[in-house]
Design a protein around this ligand. Structure first.
Ligand code: ATP
Ligand code: MG
Length: 760
């Protein structure tokens, strides 16, 4: 190799070098966290390009996230400079699948500009199909079916491949037909859902050997990162692309770590990695054992913990970092609020030491944990970003729930009303909503007030009227109850009574349990405020905060989305039984579930370069109740000599800290000390400045408004001949404000709203 080549190979150890240089034939790199697997892939691409073994467009490289793809592109550009022609096909399975599909769209009955549906679109479509088939959506929820289809698609099954045993129970045997109808409907809409991006690609390859042959020729080198988390469809897709040529020409290199397989719950099959040598006879296997990321203590802790798993291939890991480094810090805190405060303090110290916040991350087990951190950081003015998902208050389920609460507090909030009128589905279709909007615009009244008006007329079909009457009655009832019960209790009741909670309970997609947890967390967070008005005010201020993503900021993300990343300081909050390991994983899949949780813990610890800080709350709200939390069993699985327990008043191993810690913090009740954030104070000040203060005025406002409505008068009088959009011609026989009684020539006597008629 020339001088330039030596540059990028120079820093590698012998095995890494071997892995980079073994370009021909199948290769599996099986190695633990931080051993340079991703680095090997990047260097390999650089090597292929600089030695001109292939052009960029002849390389296919699959990453696990789009972020990883971007980073890899940057690293390659740095390694080989801008001189090399054509960038590799570098992206996630889905993004590459989409790219291929667009090139051959017509072969899978699509046009190249097909749209990719999001989950909401998908659900809407399924609901239409259920209606056509006369399937009761209450019994057979669309979301459940979406989950089933997702599962089939992850397993590479087309409608014809779905066995009756798989689909039989749904809608009494209609599952397979629904799936087929759904796929057909997507074609007429020129659309594909996420799962199709691979599934349709597989079909394309199977049904069109000449197309597959083209890709066989094109992709001379294939590389796959995080192979342990590939699912069946991804595996089939890869195998189609890589097999069918002589084994020696199957230049496929996959890298992975069985100990980091954390997507089993989404259909990932760690077996794919075990099967590699069988699928590609003559495959080379290279192991990397030197970890370049973490200090000895961090590595020791992670290795000790993962050794408790039975189902593993077993690997050795040695640190290449000279220092033992800080021990893993385990801090016991009173509750999640104190946890956020203590991590906030640590972050400020990190800043004082001159380190960047960019080099710190908080890795949570469940997204609901994020809220407390977000609020604390906003209070502190500490920059943060949420990776791999929206900020807490921007999540769909939180926005929906807030819309209900806003409407109770402020009946004129039309945006809130729009959001919830048909969420959950109430059979109020687009045409009903349009009538409502038209009327509201004409009357210059808020939507909810307009509904009240329309209910006294026959503009809407009886069924819709009943639905709306019930909805309005519910809102009146909730507004009334707000006077007598705490707002957070009311919030819970609203979510239950509106059917919103049930909507997610019936949802069988993998993210719905997380959404339910977020809703509970929302209700919990309301307890920190004295009134609903105060709470909503706080939210408005929090949401308003600029969401600029640049600059120095601590990252908050789930453990799942932290895969492949590294940070100097890693915070691991919430190590309590039921949260981590998560109850769901224990309930559903027993030992396998527990082992996957343990791998998640391993992924978490091994993200840290210098410091890993675990925290355990002594009290956590689970299912709406404060409970003394039991420290995670994973804490007992850490080696004592690599761990330092930070809280002197408690010992996580002995479980006997409860009383001691409680007296130390001297709080009889965890609610005692929560009223101290500036946000809360701001809200309180605003409350006080409002005449009468709080929801009572708002309630008064509602009453005042409906009186006002009756008072507004109409431009029509008795005997006017008019034309109604729906009922045709008629004569006004009564006027009451803006509501008219009209004797229609065809439809008979009806009560209508004056905004829906013209002079005839
Ligand atoms: P994970 O399993 O977490 O995805 P990985 O095996 O992909 O980890 P990398 O992210 O490639 O590991 O590497 C971990 C860190 O070690 C990176 O910062 C990388 O730059 C560094 N590293 C890898 N190999 C070497 C080396 N030979 N010399 C110095 N640093 C290295
Ligand atoms: Mg990696």
């Amino acid at each position: 190799f020339g001088r330039r080549d030596a540059d990028y190979l120079a820093g590698l150890n012998e095995e890494q070098r071997d892995a980079v240089l073994s370009l021909e034939g199948p290769l599996l790199v099986l190695a633990g966290a931080g051993t340079g697997k991703t680095r090997v892939l990047t260097t390999r691409i650089a090597h292929i390009l600089t030695t001109r073994k292939a052009r960029g467009s002849e390389i296919l490289s699959v990453t696990f996230t789009n972020k990883a793809a971007r980073e890899m592109k940057e690293r390659i550009a740095k390694l080989v400079g801008a001189s090399v022609e054509g960038m590799p096909w570098l992206g996630t399975f889905h993004s590459i699948g989409a790219r291929i599909l667009r090139r051959h769209a017509e072969l899978v009955d699509l046009k190249s500009d097909f749209t990719i549906l999001d989950t909401d679109d998908q659900i809407r479509l399924i609901k239409q199909l259920l209606q056509v088939e006369n399937i009761d959506e209450k019994r057979w929820p669309a979301r459940q079916f979406a989950g089933m289809m997702d599962n089939w698609k992850n397993r590479g099954l087309l409608p014809k491949d779905v066995s009756p045993a798989d689909s039989g129970f749904f809608a009494n045997g209609k599952g397979q037909k629904l799936y087929a109808d759904y796929q057909a409907r997507l074609k007429t809409l020129n659309a594909a859902d996420f799962g199709d991006l691979l599934l349709e690609c597989i079909r394309l390859f199977r049904e069109n050997p000449e197309v597959l042959a083209e890709y066989h020729r094109r992709f001379r080198y294939m590389l796959v990162d995080e192979y342990q988390d590939s699912n069946v469809a991804q595996y089939l897709w890869l195998r189609l692309l890589a097999q069918g040529k002589p084994a020696a020409e199957a230049n496929i290199c996959v890298v992975g770590d069985d100990d980091q397989s954390i997507y089993g719950w989404r259909g990932a099959e760690v077996d794919n990695i075990l099967r590699f040598e069988k699928d590609f006879p003559g495959a080379r296997v290279i192991k990397l054992e030197r970890n370049y990321r973490s200090t000895a203590n961090i590595l020791k802790a992670a290795s000790h913990l993962i050794a408790f798993n039975e189902g593993r291939l077993g690997k050795t890991l040695q640190t290449d970092v000279a220092e033992a480094g800080d021990p893993i810090a385990v801090t016991s805190v009173w509750d999640s609020e104190e946890e956020a405060r203590s991590i906030g303090e640590e972050l400020e110290q990190i800043q004082r030491r001159g380190e960047n916040l960019n080099d710190a991350a908080i890795l949570v087990r469940a997204s609901f944990q994020m809220r407390e951190f977000e609020e604390r950081f906003i209070t502190l003015g500490l920059n943060y970003r949420v990776i791999g998902g929206p900020r807490f208050y921007e999540r769909k389920e939180i926005r929906d729930a807030l819309a209900y609460l806003r409407l109770v507090a402020q009946p004129a909030d039309d945006l809130a009303f729009e959001r919830i009128i048909n969420t959950p589905k109430r059979g109020l279709g687009d045409s009903t909503v349009k009538i409502l909007f038209d009327a509201a615009r004409h009357q210059r009244q808020p939507l909810l007030a307009t509904v009240r008006m329309l209910l006294e007329t026959e503009e809407l079909k009886p069924k819709q009227r009943t639905t709306l009457r019930n909805l309005v009655a519910q809102f009146d009832d909730w507004a009334e109850r707000l006077r007598t019960i705490p707002h957070f209790e009311l919030a819970e009741q609203i979510l239950d009574e509106s059917g919103y909670t049930a909507m997610w309970q019936n949802d069988k997609s993998p993210d719905s349990p997380g959404r339910l947890e977020n809703l509970k967390e929302l209700v919990r967070s309301m307890e920190e405020f004295e009134t609903l008005g105060g709470f909503l005010e706080h939210i408005a201020l929090v949401m308003d905060r600029a969401t600029g993503d640049d600059g120095d900021a601590v990252s908050i993300m789930t453990l799942h989305s932290a895969k492949g990343l590294e940070f100097n300081n890693v915070f691991l909050p919430g190590w309590e039984e039921g949260l981590f390991p998560h109850q769901r994983s224990l309930d559903e899949s027993g030992r396998a579930g527990l082992e996957e949780e343990r791998r998640l813990a391993y992924v978490g610890i091994t993200r840290a370069r210098k410091r890993a800080l675990i925290s355990v709350a002594q009290n956590r709200r689970i299912h709406g109740l404060w409970q003394s939390a039991i420290p995670s069993r994973f804490l007992d699985e850490l080696p004592a000599d690599a761990v330092e327990v930070k809280d002197t008043g408690s010992s996580y191993g002995g479980y006997g800290y409860g009383g001691g810690a409680a007296s130390r913090f001297n709080k009889a009740d965890p609610f005692d000390s929560v009223y101290e954030t500036p946000g809360w104070k701001r809200a309180q000040a605003q409350q006080a400045s409002r005449k009468g203060g709080g929801p009572m005025t708002i309630e008064g406002d509602l009453v005042a408004r409906s009186v006002d409505l009756g008072g507004s008068s109409s431009a029509y009088t008795f005997g006017d001949r008019v034309l109604h959009l729906k009922f045709g011609y008629g004569t006004v026989s009564g006027v009451e404000g803006n509501k008219l009684t009209i004797d229609f020539e065809k439809a008979g006597r009806k009560r209508v709203l004056d905004s829906f008629i013209k002079r005839g």
